[in-house]
Structures are given as structure tokens and as C-alpha cells.
Design a protein around this ligand. Sequence first.
Ligand code: PLP
Length: 371
Amino acid sequence: MIYFDNAATTALHPEVREAMTEAMELYGNPASIHARGRRSRVFIEDQRINVAALLGVKPGEIFFTSGGTESIQTAITGALKDHGVRRIITTPLEHPAVNRNLESLIKMFPFELVYVNHDKKGKVDLDHLEELFQTEKKTLTILMHANNETGMLLSQKRVAALCRKYNSLFLSDTVQTIGKFEIDLSEGVSFAAASAHKFHGPKGAGILFVDAGTPIEPLILGGGQERNMRSGTENIIGIAGLSKALEVALRDLNENKSFIESLRIELFHGLTQLFPDLYCLTELSHSLYTILNVGIPIETVGEMLVYRLDMEGVAVSGGSACASGANNPSHVLQALGIKPGFEHVRFSFSRYNNSDEIDRFISVIKKMIRK
Ligand code: PLP
């Protein structure tokens, strides 16, 4: 099996598994006042301190959640309810955790939804963003740091600076990038979201960063856990895994980054040799190094490539949202106006891939070329 679908999720790192196994002993409820409960509480607070230090923020700005989706929803709802946001600027290229939420929230809150322009590869037009800021309405800007389908990167620092200048709140969807870059959340970012399973941590564990200057009320009410921000008995094992995964990811970042970058280039060169008409949707010089999204001419390889590759033991993602067997382009490909006649494949790598897999993949796809 060749697994090139690491933007969907990643395998657990052995050190993460070990940390989670150890945390299984901590069964005391962190809310209990006895010694077992207190041990769990102290453990969670230690992980918060660890995560905050790794991200260069204050422990009080970190909340543990179930993942990116919950973090995003909490931040958007909080911005609308608690900061009087009346205008949201975003793009149609965001993850459904943003877009689907906005579709629902617009029926409940009085805000205007505005889309900032982007180019045909999804690069956000920052001049247009600045124009959109010329408003009296309290604004929330929601932009993803890296697009999960194309890898396109946002100039997060510049957006954060603009948001600061024009007094807009900024929700940075860092689900694909936390653990893959050193990220600066210090200035201009009001909220950020992360999911541990994207950087070799467990599923069901995430982070919500809330800047101390833009506090919000909780979305989930109940027993008052997470300093009243997110009720529900804490996922101690998940938090242990998340904290260790972030530590390992940032410790090994430089080494992994150059290794993964070299794999991506190797695959890109292999594919361009096989397919001279290849359309590279990923902007190689300005993208998340783990992602390569290419359009392969259907006339050369035929359709349903993702399924056919799966039958050959290769896991990749397509740009198709395959509901009820329909092979429709994803919302991202649609918004980018992708030309028909190309089958889009998203390859996404991790430290666990290797050059031999690239060679094996190239021989698999070579056999699929129509004579
Ligand atoms: N945002 C982006 C950019 C993502 O890629 C994902 C997941 O793929 C999410 C948000 C949602 O994260 P989760 O499914 O872990 O809640």
C-alpha cells in the first residue's frame, strides 16, 4: 500500500502512541477534587503550557477541542455573538468547516457575506482585501493558511497586518499548516484552529487559539471545563497525543520539510515526463510542501483514476466530491474554474513516504497510459 493521502489524515507517530498509552493510566476526572482528579488536571494544564510554548502564545489562549471543525465553529459563532461582527470576508475555497457553517449561520445572524478575489490557482488578492476593509461594519476575515486541495499558501503575516490595520478580526484556518511550519500567531490573528491528526496525532483532538484581546463565550455549555470555554469531560488521551505530536512535528520540522519537498519534486518531475500536458494546479513556489495537485489529461489515462489507483494499492485523493457515484468536481475545483478534460489528483506526503514509493507509483501510472 502506498499512502499519498496525508492531507486527509496521517499515521500516528510512535512517540505519540507511547504518550497516549501512558496517558491511559490517568483515569481520574480532571474536575474531581481528589488526588486522582488533580493528577489529570495537572497533566492537562502541563500539556496546555507545552502547546502554548510551542506556538509562542499564552497558555490562557489555548483551548483543547475535538478538532478543526469545532474550533472553527466556536470562533465564528463567538465573533458573531460576542464581537458584533456584521460582515464576514472569506473565499469560496475554504474548507466546508467554514463554508457550510457560514451557510447555516447567515440564517441566524445579521451579517453580510463577502468574497475576496483570488486568481485561478487560488491566491488571494490582498489589494482587493484591503478595498473590502473600507467599511464601517465590524468585520471578521476567515482565510485558510493553506488550501487542503491545492496547497496554495496565504501570506498570513500580511493578512494579519491588514486585519490589524483595519480593525478586522481574523480567523486563520491553520488546520493544514500547524505542525508543518513555524507559525506566528502573535500579531493580528484573533483565532486559529488545528487538528492533531493532520500532524501524526490522534483524531478527535484539536486546538482553538483565541487571542487574549478577543475573548469569546463558549459554544458548548455544561460542566464548565476548559475554563468554561468548552464543556464536556476532557479527552485526556487525545490531549496527550496532540501535545506530543506537536512537539515532535516542530522538533523534526526542518528535516521533514526538506525530505518531503524532495519527494514532491521527484513526483512532479516523474509526472511531467510521462504527461507533457500535465496541469500543475499547485503553485510549487508558494504552497504547503506536502501537497501536489495535478490535472492529468483524461484522454491519456481515462477517468476514475483515484479508484483505479486504489485498486493498485495507491491511496490518493481526487478533486471529486463523489456523492451517489457522481463524479463532480469539488467546490474548490469549481471555484477555480478548472478546465474539463483533466482528472485532478491530490498527492499529499508525510515523513513516512519514500523515494521508492514514488518510483513504484510512476510505474503503476505508466501502465495506465492509453496506447
Ligand atoms: N480546515 C481545513 C483546511 C482542513 O483541511 C480540515 C480537514 O481536512 C478542516 C478544517 C477540518 O478539520 P477536522 O476534520 O479535523 O475537524
